[in-house]
Design a protein around this ligand. Structure first.
Ligand code: SF4
Ligand code: SF4
Length: 121
């Protein structure tokens, strides 16, 4: 079935999720991608998560969603480290529908504004 979402019409909504978990393998990939040590990548790009030993991507301020993954380009709304992004980013949403996009589409229909961007992320 064809995808029911279009990332090109989305302001990286999924990247605003506060708990994007990175694995040790993701940290290795981030280190390699940026040409830094794994320890540097771990502290520079991730922070303590919600559970023991959990690491999550660091965020930055964002005009639409309050905060968003630091790797989103604020202007283009695209991932700036596409080849080095974590596994979970590669797999999401994992099905032909994206809940974020469904919500965004609903709001755009309700507001009768095809470019509307929710600020509730
Ligand atoms: S929220 Fe969904 S539609 Fe938007 S960028 Fe992420 S996967 Fe694509
Ligand atoms: S690494 Fe890239 S795809 Fe993953 S959350 Fe950050 S900006 Fe989005």
């Amino acid at each position: 079935m064809a995808n029911q979402f279009n990332c090109l019409k989305c302001p990286a909504y999924c990247c605003s999720y506060t708990r994007i978990i990175v694995t040790p393998g993701d940290i290795r990939r981030l280190a390699k991608y940026h040409g830094v040590s794994e320890e540097t990548a771990r502290t520079r790009y991730t922070k303590k998560g919600y559970e023991k030993n959990e690491r999550i991507l660091r965020h930055k301020q964002d005009e639409h969603f309050t905060t968003i993954c630091q790797f989103v380009d604020s202007e283009t709304r695209r991932c700036t480290i596409y080849a080095g992004r974590p596994k979970i980013c590669r797999e999401f949403p994992g099905t032909h529908r994206c809940g974020y996009y469904d919500f965004l589409s609903f709001e755009r229909r309700t507001q009768e504004d095809p470019d509307y961007i929710s600020t509730t992320g």
